[in-house]
Design a protein around this ligand. Structure first.
Ligand code: FAD
Length: 501
């Protein structure tokens, strides 16, 4: 590390700030493209939202657990001249999700067409035809929205205008929920088909029907779980990156992106300046503009615009290990509360922490017993909550209460005796998203994926004003979720490849 001087840049070196799925995917691509690449990560372990806690023999994946489109990950290993299966084993998960309602209704959501249709038909026979028509619609959206546009950059407004007429014809500007309601009559089936928008930080009542593509995407590629947990996949990505010559430094927060005459020339860390030909930020987009580029006059307008944007909800997550297993549970469980639209309204709009909740319960020991010591089971319970921009909840006070309420709810409704069988527990609140991950407003999924904040209207994969500065991850096109951020790495690295051909 040495003093700033744009002359000191290596010929073709890249610094990636952050080691989330998007940062790792970009780093592997850049290293394979011939950039000597170094990742600088704030935390002591790589993975970002896909961090891991190891406590008393339990493995708790902190964030993503539903792995769809393994092909987009395989592609990264192939670019490095390797085979993913030599680094990590992916286990299939069935059903994809088990859905529960308080009146005792259970729905197994999977890609087994017969089972899906029979469950839908039992609720309302008319919905069988409705579902088939919905699927045909969503498959068209999938081709247009994911296959054609999911991994290409939108740097100019016209790129978007040229690319989207088919989506306009498909009325993709309507909300996910209203499109589903056009085809499906039963309320619970509507919820079953729309809740997965939440997995990328979108309110199904607001985000565009482009996200109906998630259903055919899951159907086509399945749902997988890496043996040893999601962080085993992160470690596999780090390993392949290092195997082809990449470097990663954890516990190394970037303090500033350094520019010279409108060009990114490196980054400032605690120990000094690190020069780079290009800088790729995988850190939160708001944090990048307001902190890492705090003095940069060229991005003044963008910096200001960041505060006006809409940020996705936050999450409250409880990780717990216990001695009890429950036959009724599957690997991925969704427990719907009594209210759906109203609850989402509290979370996304009013900012109220409601008395009720809907919960995603992760029970990874169902697929991989190695996630817990013998005779024990690992779990995490996640409740979407308002972000810190729209709510004034004091999480330092509220967190223990909220944790207790969620565990009591689970004990009373779905996991009798769980509370007494817990041997280890910890939680992650919206405050932790903000302080541990530099996620401004504690948002779990960055910018909301509304039409006004998608494609060209999302943060561009290449900065408009500073040469050599690129973005990757949830805040850029196409958006959050593992396939999204890995797709953003492909889009970003294709721009870099053409800029430095
Ligand atoms: C609890 C939870 C569950 C989820 N479940 C799923 C799921 O099942 N399936 C799915 O597909 N998606 C899921 N998601 C969404 C998915 O995890 C994210 O969209 C995705 O992992 C984000 O990746 P990213 O590349 O944007 O980087 P992030 O994971 O956001 O990583 C950014 C990195 O940048 C680092 N950083 C920040 N500031 C600095 C700095 N100044 N210097 C150095 N480093 C810095 C951070 O420490 C972090 O490591 C979930 C998200 C959460 C929170």
């Amino acid at each position: 590390m040495h003093e700033p001087s744009h002359k000191s840049q290596n010929d073709k070196n890249a610094i990636v700030i952050g080691s989330g799925f998007g940062g790792l995917a970009a780093a592997i691509r850049l290293q394979a493209q011939g950039f000597q690449t170094e990742i600088l990560e704030l935390r002591d372990k790589p993975g970002g939202r896909a961090y891991v806690y190891h406590e008393q023999g339990f493995t708790f994946d902190a964030g993503p657990t539903v792995i769809t489109v393994p092909q987009c990950l395989e592609e990264l290993f192939e670019l490095a001249g390797k085979k993913m299966s030599d680094y990590i084993e992916l286990l299939e998960v069935q059903p994809f999700y088990r859905l529960f309602w308080e009146d005792g209704t259970i729905f197994n959501y999977s890609n087994k067409e017969d089972e899906l249709l029979s469950q839908i038909g039992k609720r309302n026979p008319d919905d069988i035809k409705g579902y088939q028509n919905y699927l045909a619609y969503a498959e068209k959206v999938y081709v247009e929205g994911y296959e054609k546009l999911g991994q290409v950059p939108f740097l100019r407004f016209w790129d978007m205008v040229k690319a989207t007429p088919q989506l306009v014809k498909l009325n993709a500007q309507r909300s996910v929920y209203s499109t589903i309601s056009k085809y499906i009559k039963d309320d619970k089936t509507r919820q079953a088909l729309s809740f997965n928008s939440l997995l990328i930080g979108g309110n199904p009542f607001e985000i565009s029907s482009i996200y109906t593509l998630i259903h055919p995407l899951e159907k086509k590629f399945g749902v997988h779980f890496p043996k040893g947990g999601t962080h085993a996949l992160i470690r596999a990505m780090v390993k392949v990156f290092e195997d082809i010559g990449g470097k990663i430094q954890c516990s190394t927060p970037v303090e500033r992106i350094v520019t010279h005459a409108g060009q990114a020339i490196g980054v400032q860390v605690k120990d000094g300046f690190m020069p780079a030909k290009i800088v790729v930020s995988n850190a939160d987009v708001h944090h990048t503009y307001t902190n890492l580029l705090r003095d940069e006059i060229l991005v003044k307008r963008t910096r200001k615009a960041m505060e006006k944007k809409d940020y996705s909800m936050s999450l409250f997550v409880i990780y717990f290990g216990a001695t009890k297993r429950f036959d009724n549970l599957s690997h991925h469980n969704i427990m719907f509360g009594e209210r759906y639209k109203e609850l989402l309204n509290d979370i996304f709009k009013t900012g109220e922490l409601s008395d009720d909740f809907s919960i995603y319960l992760h029970a990874p020991s169902e697929t991989d017993p190695s996630m817990a010591p013998e005779g024990h089971y690992a779990y995490y319970a996640l409740a979407p909550v308002p972000n810190l921009k729209i709510s004034s909840v004091n999480w330092a006070e509220e967190a223990p209460r909220y944790c207790e309420r969620i565990l009591t709810y689970l004990d009373e409704h779905y996991m009798p005796g769980i509370k007494d069988s817990i041997v280890v527990k910890k939680w992650f609140s919206p405050d932790d998203f903000a302080t541990e991950l530099n996620a401004v407003h504690g948002s779990a999924f960055s910018l909301t994926p509304t039409l006004q904040q998608s494609a060209y209207f999302r943060v561009h994969n290449r900065d408009d004003d500073i040469k050599g500065l690129y973005f990757v991850g949830a805040g850029t096109h196409p958006g959050a979720g593992i396939p999204g951020v890995v797709g953003s790495a492909k889009a970003t690295c294709s721009v870099i490849a053409s800029d430095y051909a």
